[in-house]
Design a protein around this ligand. Structure first.
Ligand SMILES: NC(=O)c1ccc[n+]([C@@H]2O[C@H](COP(=O)([O-])OP(=O)(O)OC[C@H]3O[C@@H](n4cnc5c(N)ncnc54)[C@H](OP(=O)(O)O)[C@@H]3O)[C@@H](O)[C@H]2O)c1
Length: 325
């Protein structure tokens, strides 16, 4: 097997592509021949030693992938060689093969493409948990999605529309806004050129968005929170811009608004049955064509460095997928 190795977490440029002995699955594990892996923003943070989870060195990065089971460890009865699967395992995916705890593996329904499956669990799992579970989004409410053309952002647009909400998508360029409209966003705001607060006022008749989905953080947070509707829910998803904003709590009082934390990875660990229910609902929506990952580019696995440059420089629209063709 081959894998990208991180033995010095100073950034993606220090990763090396190495040949390794193909591992045998331990009891309770399966080995997956990886067909496609996707990039999530935490994959960038983890190889820079900036993520909350710090795996022991050396490790193989790549949180999420899809492929075919090619060996099964003792005690695994629900999976067999030849099964098509997807996994969100935190690490191991930027490789040709990975051994993974069988409980973290999702058997794929027929017709679920490997590229889509590799780009599905984290972004859709996060956005479903955020909007449906944490925000209790209702049909007819207005959702503002920031960083809306990125991985979790594109999933959030699709899920909010599937839930019957009105979506205002905000992003940093006209091209990104156009993609969001193609995905069903009812209105868009380019926050590099527009006055975000004025646009939100005019698009909501002065009321403000009921739910804000924020994977960006930084300087956008406070003006957006000032614009939120009465009983609004502000979803703290992440800080792609780099800085963690602080919000004046008097604004929460004045709007009767909630600041709602979202940590999908821990939700999946702490509440596996609820997460499984959510993923089953999402797989059903995928089969019905109501949601579909946006694939920005499909690159060979060996081009991981280029993929990380694209993500770090804010160019990705939807999801980047790396393949072992
Ligand atoms: N809470 C959870 O459970 C959870 C789960 C998954 C991901 N996340 C977090 O969600 C965030 C987005 O993840 P993702 O996988 O969707 O990433 P992504 O595809 O790269 O999207 C991030 C978006 O953030 C915006 N952005 C603003 N400043 C940026 C900068 N300096 N560098 C890169 N992007 C910047 C970009 O949109 P514009 O150019 O339009 O501004 C970009 O499209 C990350 O912070 C990640 O850690 C959280």
């Amino acid at each position: 097997m081959h894998a990208w190795i991180c033995d010095n977490p100073i950034g993606p440029e220090a990763l090396t592509w190495k040949e390794l002995p193909t591992p045998q699955p331990q009891p309770g594990e399966v080995r997956v021949a990886i067909r496609a892996a996707s990039l999530n923003f935490p994959d960038l943070l983890i190889v820079q030693n900036k993520y909350q989870m710090k795996p022991p060195l050396p490790f193989v990065p790549g949180s999420e992938y899809a492929g075919v089971v090619d060996a099964v460890g003792v005690g695994v009865t629900h999976l067999k060689p030849g099964d098509a699967v997807a996994a969100f395992a935190g690490t191991g995916g930027f490789a040709t093969h990975a051994c993974v705890n069988a409980q973290l593996v999702l058997p794929l329904p027929a017709g679920f493409a490997f590229d889509d499956a590799a780009a599905f669990i984290c972004t859709y799992g996060t956005s479903h948990h955020a909007l449906i579970d944490r925000a209790q989004l209702k049909a007819g409410e207005t959702v503002l999605v920031l960083g809306a053309a990125g991985g979790v952002g594109t999933a959030a647009i699709q899920i909010a529309k599937a839930a019957g909400a009105r979506v205002i998508a905000a992003a940093s360029s006209e091209e990104k806004c156009a993609l969001c409209r193609d995905l069903g966003a009812d209105a868009t705001i380019n926050y590099n050129t527009a006055n975000l607060r004025e646009e939100l006022k005019s698009l909501t008749g002065g009321k403000g968005p009921d739910v804000v989905y924020d994977p960006v953080g930084g300087e956008l947070a406070e003006p957006v929170f000032r614009s939120i509707a009465w009983r609004g829910r502000y979803l703290v998803i992440g800080f792609a811009q780099g800085s963690i904003p602080a919000l004046p709590l008097n604004l929460a009082l004045l709007k009767g608004a909630s600041i709602v934390g979202v940590f999908w990875g821990d939700f999946a660990r702490r509440e596996p049955q609820r997460n499984a229910q959510a993923l089953a609902e999402l797989a059903g929506w995928y089969a019905q064509g109501r949601i579909k990952p946006v694939i920005d580019q499909r690159l060979p696995m060996q081009q991981l460095h280029q993929a990380f440059v694209r993500m770090g420089s804010r160019q990705v629209r939807g999801k980047l997928v790396l393949t072992n063709d």
